[in-house]
Design a protein around this ligand. Structure first.
Ligand SMILES: Cc1ncc(COP(=O)(O)O)c(C=O)c1O
Length: 382
């Protein structure tokens, strides 16, 4: 069985983590600071604040942007639970936006019609690692006074018109979850050029305290702290940060492997009209977090679900990204969305399927997946 994902963790990560365990300092401290510095340099941002998930990063970025009860935030429906759920933490309302059928990113042309007097922010998600049309999004945001918080859970290392994702909008949130492009097991990061924003995120990530543990317990620290605001417990441990530092050094190598495998898939399905491959626009660097194909269902005798079952029976792990938010019970029942409200995502959901794409795979694995998919298509052509 080829699993859908396996993290690429080597001796370097193990050594870094062991060093932290031996150091006696386990929670947020020097390694977390070092990870933030290295990450900010890579992302081209002035500040980076490490937290324990991308969900926490999104929550804190919205908090720093001053989101309030009753506000509305524009969120793509083609995303994971976290992107919209954080909006509800404020008793604010996520307003779902349909996707474009090629990149599956949010349709920037649908943003303006969704804006009301209550709209405060927009959270573009760089689906599968393909950057959204940021020029368009930033220009609309500017015209309507909206804050832009990027969900870059998939987008490391990605570029838009030469700029690193992480250096474009006011703040950008990354994920180091176990399946992401680099991992700390669980972890996340907020990048920003706004010093006040960074300071607020940092403070609120640790109970709203005026000093973190490193400032209080280190030799030169002071025991005194003040609670400046009721915050959260979202800090990243030094154990996780050590893992992240070792992973960050390999980020480019991991990306090159995924990019090569994506090109192999592309080549392998070139003459298969039943399969639509993901494209990369010329003005972006695609992070290739996911390889999401779309099945041309009217050319096939089986559904996407059957296709997945057969792939799994043939030993190929796969997944679906995503079940659009508006099709989930909460959004359907509590916010009243119907499938026809977001027709492109509702349609695309029937066709999408994510193939394995990670640096731990070998070229032989990729060729095997291609063969299995081609055979399945051949056996099930209309
Ligand atoms: C698009 C997107 N946003 C946010 C998240 C949440 O990331 P985390 O698990 O680090 O909180 C994920 C995780 O899968 C994701 O895919």
């Amino acid at each position: 069985m080829l699993p859908f994902h396996r993290p690429d963790v080597g001796d370097e990560e193990i050594d870094e983590v062991l060093n932290v365990l031996r150091s006696g300092w386990l929670t947020t401290g020097p390694k977390a600071r070092e990870f933030e510095t290295e990450f900010a340099a890579m992302a081209g941002a002035k500040h980076a604040v490490a937290v324990n998930s991308c969900t926490a990063a999104l929550h804190l970025a919205l908090e720093a942007a001053g989101l309030r009860e009753g506000d509305e935030v524009l969120v793509p429906t083609m995303t994971f639970a976290a992107t919209a759920e954080v909006v509800t933490y404020f008793k604010a309302r996520p307003v779902l936006i349909d996707c474009v059928p090629d990149t599956l990113n949010l349709d920037a042309h649908r943003i303006e019609q969704a804006i009301t007097s209550k709209t405060k922010a927009i959270i573009p998600v760089h689906f599968a690692g393909h950057p959204c049309e940021m020029d368009h999004i930033l220009s609309i945001a500017h015209d309507h006074g909206l804050r832009v918080i990027e969900d870059a859970a998939h987008a490391l290392p990605a570029r838009y018109k030469g700029k690193m994702v992480g250096s474009i909008a006011e703040s950008t949130c990354f994920s180091f979850y176990a399946t992401k492009n680099i991992t700390t097991g669980e972890g996340g990061m907020v990048t920003t050029d706004n010093e006040d924003h960074a300071a607020r995120v940092r403070m609120m990530s640790l109970h709203g305290l005026s000093r973190d543990a490193w400032n209080r317990y280190a030799a030169e620290g002071s025991w005194y702290y003040e609670i400046l605001s009721p915050g959260f417990k979202y800090n990243l441990t030094d154990i996780a940060a050590a893992l992240g530092l070792a992973q960050l050094k390999k980020c480019d190598r991991f990306w090159k492997a995924r990019e090569r495998y994506a090109a192999l898939y592309h080549e392998g399905f070139r003459d298969v009209p039943e399969i639509l491959c993901p494209q990369s626009a010329p003005h972006v660097q695609h992070a290739w977090h996911l390889y999401v194909i779309q099945l041309e269902l009217d050319r096939l005798r089986i559904s996407r679900n059957e296709f997945i079952t057969r792939l799994q029976q043939a030993g190929v792990g796969c997944s679906v990204h995503f079940i659009p938010l508006h099709l989930h019970p909460y959004y359907r029942d509590m916010l009243g969305y119907r499938p026809t409200d977001l027709p492109v995502s509702s349609m695309v959901f029937q066709r999408v399927l994510s193939l394995p794409l990670y640096s731990k795979m070998t070229e032989a694995d990729v060729h095997r997946v291609i063969e299995v998919v081609r055979t399945l298509v051949k056996e099930n052509r209309r």
